[in-house]
Design a protein around this ligand. Sequence first.
Ligand SMILES: Cc1cc2nc3c(=O)[nH]c(=O)nc-3n(C[C@H](O)[C@H](O)[C@H](O)COP(=O)(O)OP(=O)(O)OC[C@H]3O[C@@H](n4cnc5c(N)ncnc54)[C@H](O)[C@@H]3O)c2cc1C
Length: 348
Amino acid sequence: MIGAIKTTSLLRFSSVTSISRSISTLILAEHDGGAIKSQSISAVEAAKSVDKQTSISLLLAGSGPSLQQAAAHAASCHPSISQVLVADSDKFTHPLAETWARLVQLVQQKGEYSHIITASNSFGKNILPRAAALLDVSPITDVIAISSSNQFVRPIYAGNALCTVRYSGSNPCMLSVRSTSFAVSVDLKSNEAPISQVDLSTFDEDFVGKSRYINHTAQVTERPDLGNAQVVITGGRALKSAENFKMIEKLAEKLGAAVGATRAAVDAGFVPNDLQVGQTGKIVAPKLYMAFGVSGAIQHLAGIRDSKVIVAVNKDADAPIFQVADYGLVGDLFEVIPELLEKLPEKK
Ligand SMILES: Cc1cc2nc3c(=O)[nH]c(=O)nc-3n(C[C@H](O)[C@H](O)[C@H](O)COP(=O)(O)OP(=O)(O)OC[C@H]3O[C@@H](n4cnc5c(N)ncnc54)[C@H](O)[C@@H]3O)c2cc1C
């Protein structure tokens, strides 16, 4: 869809000792409401590409009944999971990156994993660099393909080039992976993996990180999650106001779609920033991506490159979005959207 140049050079991370032959992978998993988040299950899928024989341990942290529920879900959410490790303590009630990084260090000291993988979302991006610093290794982020246990592909220059990276540092090789590149089959059947508790007796009791949990606010919506939606309807600056942006929301409702926005629309205050799609927003890979009044800036395209079909409506025939669109309509969104709303049937 969007042309990407494959770089021929291999970037080599500083060599200390090569990674060991015995491959075992630790997944840093996120859970919510007693279930493992789908991005963490994609990280398990990615681990399978590291090595077919790898044993995969999934690390969960938290406290209370929702953690135990999540552990039960983790044990049966993917057939490749060999064991679930549970760190149950009040310290982990909120996923603070500094506390989690310490936990990863502790678990790695005991388990000596060759690879540690997490999703390339705010949870993973927060923890991975800190944990990597404690373990004195260099992480590889935003991996979109795994060719072997030490060779990975990641986008650079806002997705305009793909870089093949060979890791030659010491264990563990730490990766964050884009879940859109490691889709999980919907009907995975799995046996129950064993669940064990992480021994926290040596966890620094007095450890207090520099950050502190204050509160958690989330948009309550019945719409699909933007990162996993099959259909995404995005609006740009051209919508002009939060009031007008409701047209995008209505259209999304009719199509059972998630709503996205450009950074310009977010910065203008039309919608909250968790709807931003692009290089500094969410990466999406829906079957259908519809962009209304979006110019197609390189930073926006970086977030939609894996969409199957891109439809663009823009009144400027020369807008760059048309270079990547499968279907384009030169027209005024203030005419096109009301017509679509009128002609599309109500969602059952
Ligand atoms: C470091 C960095 C990171 C960034 N990260 C992101 C990111 O993650 N996501 C992102 O989106 N941007 C990002 N940006 C911003 C990006 O460069 C663009 O500024 C932004 O994507 C533009 O948003 P837009 O297409 O809504 O607005 P504009 O570029 O202003 O485009 C509006 C479009 O609407 C069309 N239009 C106007 N009126 C109508 C109408 N009535 N009907 C139909 N079409 C109409 C115009 O022809 C135009 O093409 C980033 C920028 C930087 C520097």
